[in-house]
Design a protein around this ligand. Structure first.
Ligand SMILES: [Zn+2]
Length: 277
């Protein structure tokens, strides 16, 4: 059954006029970004012992004793998941698979992994921020700031789960503390780059409403279905020549209306991509 589905997806992939990829958290975890288990222990054993966090992401919202400790956690979290090499070459394999195709990628992932794997921004739209960027925590303006140098210093100078106070970043305009440019509440800033990327995406889907379009979901769960899942279902439903495909370790699914035009594979994305190349 697995082989039949992968071969079917391969065939649709090869014959598609356009491939629109929607990438969610499952793709990042397939590429080795596991936020729990051994990796959590390896990088955050000290914090886990003190605060008992169950995964790296929710750990960000722990009730840290001091601000310096909070930034020690945050900088370590962002550094290992955003700047250190991606654990596996899943994104590179995907890029190889898409080579020579007409394609576009929409992602909710914040790890910049597509760009780091060599995807050109002309093919990309990232919707929920990037933890490689800072913004004003109570946005007084809409610029974002590269945080590589600041985080590198924090990670290097962290001692006893605490960063030096003077490294905590402040807004150059209003002096408030900075925050990551992440869609974790309504203070999220959509900067110039965000708007340009969204225009690229809306132009692309507008130009590919018809024809053999493959809507390919990779690791998209139900956390924010309004960004990828539901729009993909709707667009596929409106185009009788389109196919919807979903690859995910957990709960890949399709709506009834797409029953005869869906391919759903419950498996590790990295493994499936390897078999599609
Ligand atoms: Zn400000």
């Amino acid at each position: 059954m697995w082989e039949v589905l992968v071969n079917k997806l391969k065939e649709v992939f090869q014959n598609a006029d356009a491939i629109i990829v929607g990438a969610g958290a499952g793709l990042s975890s397939s590429a080795g970004y596991d936020f729990g288990g051994e990796r959590l222990q390896k990088y955050f054993g000290d914090f886990v012992e003190k605060y008992g966090m169950k995964d790296m992401y929710t750990g960000c919202f722990a009730d840290f004793e001091t601000n310096e400790e909070r930034w020690a956690y945050w900088s370590r979290w962002a550094w290992i998941n955003r700047y250190e090499p991606i654990p596996k070459d899943t994104h590179k394999k995907l890029l190889k698979l898409l080579e020579g195709k007409d394609y576009f990628v929409l992602t909710t992932n914040i790890d910049h992994a597509f760009q780091r794997a060599g995807f050109s921004k002309e093919h990309l739209c990232y919707t929920q921020g990037d933890f490689g960027l800072f913004q004003c925590s109570k946005p007084c303006h809409t610029d974002t700031y590269d945080n590589y140098a600041t985080l590198q210093k924090m990670v290097r100078e962290e001692k006893n789960m605490s960063v030096p106070t003077e490294l905590i970043p402040h807004c150059p305009r209003c002096g408030r503390e900075m925050d990551f440019n992440l869609f974790w509440d309504d203070t999220f800033i959509r900067d110039k780059g965000w708007h340009i990327a969204h225009k690229r995406y809306t132009d692309y889907i507008e130009q590919h409403k018809n024809g053999k379009v493959l809507y390919l979901e990779l690791g998209v769960g139900f956390n924010s279905p309004g960004v990828i899942k539901i729009p993909f279902w709707n667009m596929a439903a409106e185009n009788p020549d389109a196919v919807f495909a979903s690859v995910n370790l957990t709960l890949p699914c399709y709506p009834e209306i797409l029953e005869h035009r869906s391919i759903v594979i419950q498996d590790d994305i990295d493994h499936v991509i390897e078999n599609l190349i």
